[in-house]
Design a binder for this molecule. Structure first.
Ligand SMILES: [Zn+2]
Length: 113
């Protein structure tokens, strides 16, 4: 197991975050420092789920609905956004989380010259 900032700090309210949406089992918030992008929102289940591969179908629907709501807000603000989650060696925080991000620092396709 790696670090779990969400269960350790965010869900118990040990750090202050700007909440954008909350449902019975999900939370969307801006981290204190954007991890990437210029507008960065994180969406998590509020009970521990290790990764997308461990997500059950009922919670998947609720979580995706929160991701959709946050993505729609980002599109209203910026005209577009990226939605992604990480897995395996690319997942540095061992609690399922989705990034909804816009702006400098988000992933870009590399265009051939
Ligand atoms: Zn957790």
């Amino acid at each position: 197991m790696g670090p779990d900032w969400y269960c350790d700090e965010v869900i118990p309210g040990k750090i202050e975050v700007e909440v954008l949406a909350r449902t019975g089992n999900t939370l969307a918030f801006r981290p204190p420092l954007p991890g990437f992008g210029t507008d960065h929102v994180i969406v998590i289940p509020t009970r521990h789920v290790a990764s997308l591969l461990d997500l059950d179908d009922d919670l998947a629907l609720e979580l995706l609905a929160t991701v959709k709501a946050v993505a729609a807000q980002a599109i209203e603000r910026h005209g577009g956004c990226q939605v992604l989650t990480t897995l395996g060696s690319e997942q540095h925080n061992r609690h399922l989380h989705w990034h909804v991000a816009v702006g400098r620092g988000v992933a870009r396709f590399v265009k051939p010259d």
